[in-house]
Design a protein around this ligand. Structure first.
Ligand SMILES: Nc1ncnc2c1ncn2[C@@H]1O[C@H](COP(=O)(O)OP(=O)(O)OP(=O)(O)O)[C@@H](O)[C@H]1O
Ligand SMILES: [Mg+2]
Length: 336
């Protein structure tokens, strides 16, 4: 089934055509405008979505070599996300569906991230534990099969990506914080400073990253010169604390539910140290590891098309009442 997916939940405009297991195209246009503000400005994000949506959808169809007439269904992110950004994608997809007579399904952005682990390797050993670690969410799921996920635990405060972004700002590193902390950490010693591993000893599968950010802020208050002079060490130690917490919690979740695979999705899954440490520690426990290629970790529309195709094949179609839902319950998808 050939499905066109559209994703506009935040500051990326993305479109993709998938055909069964194959990704025929995946175009992502990232907004540059927010860098100078140190974070996303919602009004600007929505305006940029408006100018990017048509060329991005056209480019996805052209790269796939598919006319809209040959598309069998459409999928669009309906939430959660920024109201203005989401509204652009949903309105565009609804108009296209109406004009072309194709069925349309609304997709939960988080379920898109969850499905992204299946894109390149649909047949990894099940059951799996999937960690979503992104800019706005950090949550662990037990996944028995595609479309059947049970929430095991999530963050009680900041998301892992948010911890990277806030930490980078404290260290005077550019937005987005994840890639810049990763880069600064390359030359640093992760053992130079001992930061807390939040909730690591807790029995539950919840996360908390607000205290870690405070620990960095307090350290910098005591040693104001360190933000410059010891930036690489601080970046490495801070990154290590986030990564080790994510890895250890995921492995204990896997043990608890008897998973055969540990998978990670979302922007933070792009982190090199996370990929390395998870592979190392999971291997020791005889667990298979599944982390998508970098373009499928951060926001993309292939994951939305992929999820949409799954539901369209089950006969699920959204009617004209589909609306952008910024506060769509995080885990309002099937089986959760
Ligand atoms: N190499 C990296 N290391 C660590 N973090 C990273 C890396 N690359 C990106 N990130 C982080 O990933 C986040 C963006 O991920 P993503 O695009 O999945 O989130 P989002 O769509 O903004 O949030 P959500 O999916 O929760 O709505 C940012 O916080 C960014 O700092
Ligand atoms: Mg995302």
């Amino acid at each position: 089934m050939k499905v066109l997916g559209i994703e506009t939940s935040c500051d990326e405009t993305a479109a993709s055509v998938v055909d069964g297991e194959a990704v025929l195209s995946s175009i992502v246009s990232s907004q540059e405008v927010h860098g100078k503000y140190g974070g996303i400005v919602p009004e600007l994000a929505a305006r940029e979505q408006l100018t990017a949506i048509r060329p991005v959808v056209r480019a996805a169809l052209a790269e796939a070599g598919v006319e809209i007439a040959a598309i069998e269904g459409l999928a669009v992110t309906s939430g959660p996300g920024l109201a203005g950004s989401l509204a652009v994608g949903v309105a565009f997809a609804k108009s296209l569906a109406l004009a072309s007579g194709k069925p349309l399904v609304g997709v939960n952005h988080l379920e898109g991230h969850l499905f992204s682990v299946f894109i390149e390797r649909p047949d990894f050993p099940m059951p799996a534990v999937v960690l979503i670690a992104s800019g706005g969410h950090t949550a662990l799921f037990s996944v028995a099969e595609k479309g059947k996920a049970v929430l095991l635990g999530q963050t009680v405060d900041d998301a892992a990506g948010e911890a990277f972004d806030k930490g980078a700002r404290l260290l005077g590193l550019p937005y987005p914080g994840g890639p810049s902390i990763q880069k600064a950490a390359e030359k640093g010693n992760p053992k130079a400073v001992e930061f807390p591993r939040p909730m690591l000893k807790a029995e539950n599968l919840e996360f908390s990253f607000a205290g870690l950010k405070t620990a960095l802020a307090v350290f910098l208050q005591k040693h104001p010169e360190a933000a410059k002079e010891r930036r690489a060490d601080l970046a490495a130690a801070y990154q290590e604390a986030i990564v080790e917490t994510l890895v250890e919690k995921s492995l204990s979740a896997a043990e608890r539910v008897g998973a055969r695979t540990v998978a990670v999705a979302g922007g933070v899954a792009a982190n090199r140290r996370l990929r390395e440490l998870l592979s190392l520690r999971a291997e020791r426990k005889g667990l298979s590891v599944q982390i998508p290629a970098l373009p499928y970790c951060t926001d993309n529309a292939a994951m939305i098309a992929f999820t949409g195709a799954f539901y369209l094949q089950l006969g699920k179609v959204s009617g004209p009442e589909l609306e952008a839902t910024p506060n769509l319950p995080l885990f309002s998808f099937a089986g959760v």
